[in-house]
Write a protein that binds this ligand. Structure first.
Ligand code: ACM
Length: 401
């Protein structure tokens, strides 16, 4: 196959919002893959980063000769941050476009809508987003952090440095409810902590929706706030917090979902707040630097690299490596090889844990600095094995099992 030159355009048709990489080989010799990330709606900023992380990996793979000479062709739809449309487009990808594999979903509500579809038609979903855990599907590979790879470390760090009286604020859907329950259990079980408040806002919340919550935080004075607010609402919460004069130095917000993308939406008011994630753009390794430079040349103006971008990127390489080895995208043929996957990702070495279909990841905690980047204030000494059902964790247990 003739490699496509760097920087050649992706073609997007307006009618279906379908994105196709330009191809130089016969159509029948290509491998179509489904891509489902929102370019519109409340989580479009973070999901666009996952879209471009996916397209970046696909372009890297195609530029290196594809998979045994066959070019990967992304078929992409915009589900508009709406779980119903995720389900609809997943069905279309499988039944009309005939894909074997889908890369997609950010909100857990979207994943919950797509999983029954891939299970029914026996196809494969790669899910590259941190989530609340307590799930397993034969048809899913999970490459974002499970709670024992972010919440456990964040609970330990925040309670050790600030105290165990917490206030929980989240968006109104499954991930925030479940993650808040886990954080609440961790601080009370292991640190004798107390929950001073637990509040939920609508998914499209604006600054006004946070005014009364911020006042309640000012009155109750928790040691830290755990935010499971997602998408565009995140900036409104942090802004309301800053405008009320609440100081992250003494009472910070800790999060799993406030990434470089959401920080960039806030201007300079995020400084001093914390996020737990396996990847931050600021990681100083040569692998990360090389990856960022290449992404910057190819697609860098489109989005801001962050943990969800990175998982969306390396999971395509998991797929390509496995498919190269077995020559088929069919789930039955691919899965045994896929479950042996390892990859030198920008965060460090990652590998799939075959017993859970989740990924061995490198947990970190970052603190936002003046430039809107995360200074890494803690990192795991080695990759942490996923424990999505929180069977074996304790606070402070960072061992790779
Ligand atoms: C999420 O809903 N898993 C962020």
């Amino acid at each position: 196959m003739k490699a496509r030159p760097h920087g050649s355009p992706l073609i997007e048709t307006r009618r279906t919002n379908r994105i196709q990489a330009r191809t130089t080989v016969a159509h029948t010799n290509t491998i179509k893959v489904g891509v489902l990330f929102s370019k519109t709606g409340i989580t479009s900023a973070i999901e666009s980063s996952q879209l471009y992380g996916t397209l970046f990996a696909i372009r890297e793979i195609n530029d290196a000769g594809g998979i045994a000479g066959r070019e990967l062709v992304p078929i992409s739809y915009d589900p508009g941050s709406d779980p119903v449309k995720y389900r609809m487009f997943a069905e279309r990808l499988i039944l009309t476009d005939d894909v074997q594999v889908i890369f997609g979903c950010y909100m857990s509500s979207a994943r919950k809508a797509v999983v029954p579809v891939v299970e029914r038609w026996n196809r494969l979903l790669f899910y590259g987003t941190l989530y609340e855990g307590f799930e397993y599907s034969e048809n899913v590979i999970y490459t974002g952090a499970a709670p024992n790879q972010n919440s456990v470390q964040l609970a330990d760090f925040m309670t050790s440095n600030f105290g165990a009286r917490i206030y929980l604020v989240g968006s109104n859907y499954i991930f925030p409810y479940e993650s808040n329950r886990i954080m609440s259990d961790l601080v009370s079980q292991y640190r004798g902590g107390a929950k001073l408040g637990e509040r939920y806002v609508r998914l499209d919340a604006t600054k006004d929706d946070f005014a009364e919550i911020v006042e309640d935080i000012r009155t109750t004075r928790p040691d830290f706030i755990f935010s499971t607010v997602v998408g565009d609402a995140t900036q409104h919460f942090y802004r309301a917090y800053a405008h009320a004069g609440l100081d992250p130095a003494s009472m910070p917000i800790a999060s799993l979902t406030t990434s470089e993308v959401e920080v960039a939406q806030m201007g300079d008011i995020a400084e001093g707040h914390f996020t737990a994630a396996p990847y931050f753009r600021s990681i100083a390794s040569s692998t990360n630097r090389r990856c960022l430079e290449k992404f910057g040349r190819m697609l860098g103006s489109e989005t801001i690299p962050n943990a969800s971008w990175e998982a969306a990127y390396f999971q395509v390489h998991f797929f390509a490596q496995a498919m190269r080895a077995v020559g088929s995208a069919d789930i039955e043929t691919l899965m045994p090889e896929l479950l042996r996957s390892e990859f030198d990702a920008p965060q460090g070495r990652v590998s799939i844990d075959p017993s859970t279909h989740h990924t061995n990841l490198n947990p970190r905690i970052g603190r936002v600095n003046r430039e809107g980047e995360f200074d890494v204030v803690w990192e795991a000494p080695a990759p942490i094995r996923p424990d999505p059902y929180l069977v074996a964790h304790t606070l402070g247990d960072w061992m790779v099992r």
